[in-house]
Design a protein around this ligand. Structure first.
Ligand code: MN
Length: 432
């Protein structure tokens, strides 16, 4: 079994070609930040601690509702997915956990899976339940809903699946479950909206009751899709009300692509954090109404503003702690998923680093004096900082690659896997 994935000598050789330029750029940026009263090493140390989970489904090619275009050498089971996640972590050094999805990642022995991940330098983040599709041999269908279904037997089946995900997650070392439901309607009149929400709350309370003491339950709102008239958890307001009713272990996930265009997501983040209900993020980007594009590829400024609020929330939380869970949740239809995920994890780190470059004392001072243009400029100065040398140095010092994509390509990983992994099926539908 190939544990190393990418031989260290490949990383060393690639880094040697780039380290002199990196030192030069890092030192120059360090001097520039020093003149602004910011310490580059302190920012780099915080960036080193940033951890973003990779969803296991993300390392396979995704798709749209039209089609999926598999690539040779892509993973076809959970163990191969772990191998690919390990490549991302080996090179990028800010993705130490994976977030599995059941039943897609089901395996007879979760402890064996946990050990396999540990051997690959990875742990497990939140487990994800799936009651949005039927599986072979399943007694009842989710066509008309799962946790909110009008038929109690279907609801019980969906509850049991979630509880079994918690049981598996305990063996994997997870500390959270994400309960995303696709329930909703495509026609006015199809369902009683209030009754459906009542059934959601009753069902989810049963799942909540099965949580271990140190676990969290994440709920995720989504404006539309797959239901196109109404969804049960349609927005952050519904999400936070449900999380409050369920109890302190229930928190809200913010998936950046699950809002109407032009919604002020950073303000939602600030509100949820204020009430102790910000569980974490599913990062992706969106141009129109999708939740599929690579994180930071369309609107990196929005991502920066989200991290600006996270830093403010962390400051306010103080000793109580503030630990939102970060995960990428996007679909890779036209790129090698490993490359997209490395880029996206770096985009999250870049947004964080830029927000750390903001002089917060100056910002607060300008705000208190109503000096609007100077407050805006203090914030924008952080966004305008080229933080790439900070990210590269953080990776390099942690044993990763100064240039992850170039190093990945030099390793020939995908071509090697194309020799040994099963040829993917072309006919399978997209996962969105
Ligand atoms: Mn999501």
């Amino acid at each position: 079994m190939e544990l190393a994935g990418i031989p260290p000598e490949v990383i060393d050789a690639e880094n040697k070609r780039r380290v002199e330029a990196l030192n030069d750029e890092y030192d120059s940026l360090g001097r520039a930040l020093h003149r602004r009263g910011r310490a580059i090493d302190a920012i780099k140390d915080k960036v080193k601690k940033l951890a973003v989970a990779i969803p296991t489904w993300g390392v396979g090619t995704g798709g749209t509702r039209f089609a999926r275009f598999p690539i040779p050498g892509e993973p076809s089971n959970i163990f191969e997915k772990i191998e690919d996640c390990a490549i991302i972590q080996t090179l990028g050094r800010n993705t130490p956990t994976v977030s599995p999805h059941f039943p897609w990642d089901e395996t007879p022995d979760p402890v064996e899976l946990r050990d396999f991940a540990v051997e690959h330098g990875l742990g497990f983040d939140a487990v994800n339940s799936n009651t949005f599709q039927d599986r072979a041999g399943q007694a009842r269908s989710y066509k008309y809903g799962s946790l909110t279904h009008a038929d109690e037997a279907v609801r019980d089946q969906a509850i049991a699946h979630n509880i079994s995900c918690i049981e598996t997650g305990k063996k994997l070392g997870s500390k959270a479950i994400t309960v995303w439901i696709a329930d909703g309607t495509n026609f006015p009149g199809q369902s009683d909206m209030t009754g459906a929400l009542d059934r959601y709350l009753d069902s989810t309370a049963d799942i909540y009751a099965a949580l271990p003491a140190d676990w969290r339950l994440f709920i995720e709102h989504k404006l539309y899709e797959p239901a196109f008239y109404s969804t049960v958890i349609s927005d952050w307001g519904t999400s936070v009300l449900c999380a409050q009713q369920l109890g302190p272990k229930a928190q809200c996930l913010v998936d950046l692509g699950h809002h109407a265009p032009s919604v002020n997501i950073e303000q939602i983040v600030a509100r949820l954090a204020r009430f102790g209900k910000l569980g974490g993020f599913h990062f992706n980007d969106s141009k129109y109404g999708d939740d599929d594009l690579d994180t930071g590829s369309i609107n990196p400024h929005q991502l920066f503003l989200v991290f600006n609020e996270l830093i403010e929330a962390e400051k306010r939380a103080g000793a109580d702690g503030f630990h939102p869970a970060y995960m990428l949740d996007q679909s890779h239809n036209v790129t090698d998923p490993i490359e997209s995920l490395m880029n996206s994890a770096a985009a999250v780190a870049a947004a964080y680093a830029r927000a750390l470059c903001v002089d917060r004392n100056a910002l607060a001072d300008h705000q208190s004096k109503n000096d609007v243009i100077m407050a805006f400029n203090a914030l924008r100065r952080g966004y305008d900082t080229d933080v790439l040398p900070i990210l590269a140095m953080a990776r390099y010092e942690a044993g990763g690659a100064i240039d992850p994509i170039a190093t990945y390509r030099a390793s020939g990983w995908r071509a090697r896997k194309a020799q040994t992994r099963k040829v993917p099926e072309i006919a399978s539908a997209g996962i969105v």
